[in-house]
Design a protein around this ligand. Structure first.
Ligand code: HGY
Ligand code: MN
Ligand code: MN
Length: 420
């Protein structure tokens, strides 16, 4: 059995973790930031060191390709994202990119030639931390985003995604050239940390994801009238925060009233002009809703629409923008069975599971055979600097990914030209 190189895996993870805007306080690596640019240079260099042909698409996704024996054949892609949440961990995203790098390294070390080309991918803006919504790199690959969308998406200082990518030499107008389809992608495999407690609690090595829950992210803007905190009577105020609180108070109950345990999170909230002695004239907050049942999500959205309508009053106006909507999506049964067979072949404990977290895999599943495997997260935590996966565990997950990529690319040993 071919063993992955634990030391190399650890070096990759620790090297990527260096590219953060908050050293000592987790990974903060926003898309198209200077930390992105530094991480990008490192990833491209490591791909080149592995003998992969390296390119970036028009919007900044990075590819490293190992040509296959079959010319112009659809590729098998493995990878994940290299952006992060603010003060996140070292493994969320990078674990999947490093799985791709390590698989490519093993192909080279053991003289394996894929029949179908192998592509390692590192995608931007899966978290949506800079421009909202999320899975943006993969949605651009899937053709779900237009150049106009990229001019409309703004970061916290009002810079558009189009302008931000241009600073790194990418070009929103050329987004169509980033498009991939089932004609040129045979399969996509993502390895990711579980970001939950189940594998650790069950002492399993690998999670085989059957489906990813549906999710939506909306942004609610409440507009009022600012004024002096001391001289404006309470009567007649158009206090945007007071109106927002009337909605915020009701949101948790809307989710808990549902029977199938959806989750609802208000993760971002901005109060403007944010002065202690100024009545707020604008409040903007996000609502992240997830469920395995899309009817539940739609029912919750309707209830929020009503809450927003009821919050209208003199001087107060409200609007809702949808930043992301993704239906629940099944992972490929074929790839699930390959993954299970490889866990059994390697003597690894596994469990089938549902992903409550979103991943680029949910977008690739819309146009190609897609698989997603999890490795355990210590104490089930993620999106914090304390996020951790033992390197021995990451190594096991990568060995399952390696065996599966060998099958998907129909790799053969170069010398004897025999099947693996
Ligand atoms: O939000 C998520 O589920 C993922 O971490 N982007
Ligand atoms: Mn994440
Ligand atoms: Mn992730």
């Amino acid at each position: 059995m071919i063993k992955a190189n634990k030391h190399r895996i650890q070096t990759y993870i620790e090297s990527l973790a260096r590219f953060t805007a908050t050293p000592g306080n987790g990974t903060t690596r926003l898309s198209y930031s200077k930390e992105d640019a530094a991480a990008r240079r490192y990833i491209k260099q490591e791909m080149a060191n592995l003998g992969l042909s390296v390119r970036e698409d028009a919007v900044g996704n990075i590819y490293g390709k190992l040509e296959g024996a079959l010319k112009n054949a659809p590729a098998v892609i493995i990878g994940s994202h290299f952006d992060s949440v603010p003060n996140g961990g070292s493994f969320d995203g990078p674990a999947g990119i490093i799985a791709g790098l390590e698989v490519a390294a093993l192909f080279q070390e053991y003289g394996l030639e894929p029949q179908y080309p192998l592509e390692v991918i590192a995608m931007i803006e899966e978290e949506g931390s800079r421009f909202g919504g999320g899975v943006l790199g993969s949605r651009m690959i899937a053709g779900q985003i237009t150049p106009a969308d990229l001019y409309e998406m703004k970061d916290s200082i009002g810079l558009s995604a189009a302008a931000a990518m241009e600073k790194l030499g990418f070009n929103a107008a050329d987004i169509c050239s980033a498009r991939r389809t089932g004609n040129d992608v045979k399969a996509f495999l993502e390895l990711h940390i579980e970001q939950g407690p189940l594998l650790e609690e069950g002492a399993q090595d690998v999670g085989i994801v059957q489906m990813i829950v549906g999710m939506t992210e909306i942004r609610i803007t409440v507009r009022g009238r600012s004024g002096h905190a001391g001289t404006t009577p309470m009567e007649g105020r158009a206090d945007a925060l007071a109106a927002a609180v009337s909605i915020l108070n009701e949101l948790p109950g809307i989710a808990s009233d549902e029977s199938d345990l959806p989750v609802l999170t208000v993760g971002k909230l901005d109060v403007l002009p944010n002065g202690a002695n100024v009545i707020p004239n604008q409040v903007v907050f996000t609502v992240d809703i997830r469920s395995a049942n899309s009817d539940t999500i739609k029912r919750i959205l309707r209830k929020i629409d009503k809450l927003v309508a009821d919050a209208e009053r003199p001087g107060i106006s409200l609007s809702i923008d949808e930043l992301l909507y993704a239906e629940p999506v099944e992972m490929s049964a074929n790839i699930q069975s390959l993954l299970i067979g490889n866990c059994e072949k390697l003597g690894l404990r596994y469990r089938k599971m549902v992903s409550g977290a979103g991943h680029d895999a949910m977008i690739f599943a819309g146009f190609t055979d897609t698989g997603l495997i999890f490795v355990p997260s210590k104490d089930g935590i993620s999106h914090t600097p304390e996020e951790w996966t033992d390197y021995a565990q990451l190594q096991k997950g990568i060995e399952v990914a390696f065996e599966t990529i060998v099958q998907l690319t129909e790799a053969k040993e170069k010398s004897s030209n025999t099947e693996m």
